[in-house]
Design a protein. Sequence first.
Length: 351
Amino acid sequence: QIVLGLETSCDETAAAVVRLGADGHVEVLSSTVASQIAAHAPYGGVVPEIAARAHVESIDAIAGEALKTAGLGYGDLTGVAATAGPGLVGGVMVGLSFGKAVALARGLPLIAVNHLEGHAVSARLGADIPYPFLLLLVSGGHCQLLSVDGVGACRRLGTTIDDAAGEAFDKIAKTLGLPYPGGPALEALAEGGQPERFPLPRMLLGRKDCDFSFSGLKTAAARLAEGLTSDVDRRDLAASVQTAIAGQLCERSDRAMAAYAIEHEGRGLRFVVAGGVAANRTVRARLEATAKGRGFSFTAPPLAYCTDNAAMIALAGAERLALGQADPLDAPARPRWPLDEAAALANPTHQ
Ligand code: ATP
Ligand code: MG
Ligand code: FE
């Protein structure tokens, strides 16, 4: 399969071409990402209307650039995969409509990809990770532990009861006076800081499920931020926050690993982290140690594929295409679309 992927669900316009061999070998032929960070930065967050307009302006050029870099034309493709949700619906419609137009004009199959399924396969862009695996999905809008049993087959073991981890990074960064997007800025500020300096609440510690909560941490950090007077204080608080978030991700993942190991009788134990927060070096290192401690292998995506990109969408589409799956040209854009549809419907606290 040679699939063109399109990603427009938030504030990056992205296109990529990925080849999936019959033997399962994955090759990223190109991955182009046009970030809108500069357009949204003055507002301290993503403005949906600005995002949708920017996607319209750049999608054609970005898709063309992805093909050019791959050295291919539309005629060389075997399919088109576009994010169909969840996300900002104005943006999703841009990429999905573009994908439909290409599919119609070229007689190609369309795959309407769940953005979260893209994140779920993103680590497979850099390493050969067979199914099943245990996934920690930590992005701007989601914080979930999932058992990924096969292509499109996810079971959710836990989710956040309030904010996502990336959202917590972003909001706390804001109270520290850092620019949007806050996660990378907070990581940079935390460099060399004292992570044990400020005591922060350890939410849900020891609770018998695999859920997450960051609201208490956010409130405590905001209160501490008010009293800070020096750059050293701010640096130490950033380090303390980063360590607290990493600590909760590890504690909850450790619990999920214990249950997963029993279910799989200790065989084929693989732990994967994905999503924007997986780009954080402290989070990666702490999770790796946790996984090793439970006898799990550990894989994180290459840094470029942690945050939003189209290579992960192309791969998710290619995997479905390889199984003979495709979607009709009237596939809807879905602002909300839980990854594990059935389980989420049974659980009203899903996000
Ligand atoms: P979702 O995938 O849930 O719809 P999203 O697409 O906006 O949300 P991603 O692009 O996967 O999310 O990730 C963006 C998030 O990752 C932001 O919250 C950002 O602050 C966070 N992030 C990115 N890099 C880092 C980092 N180095 N440290 C901490 N957080 C980070
Ligand atoms: Mg983004
Ligand atoms: Fe994302």
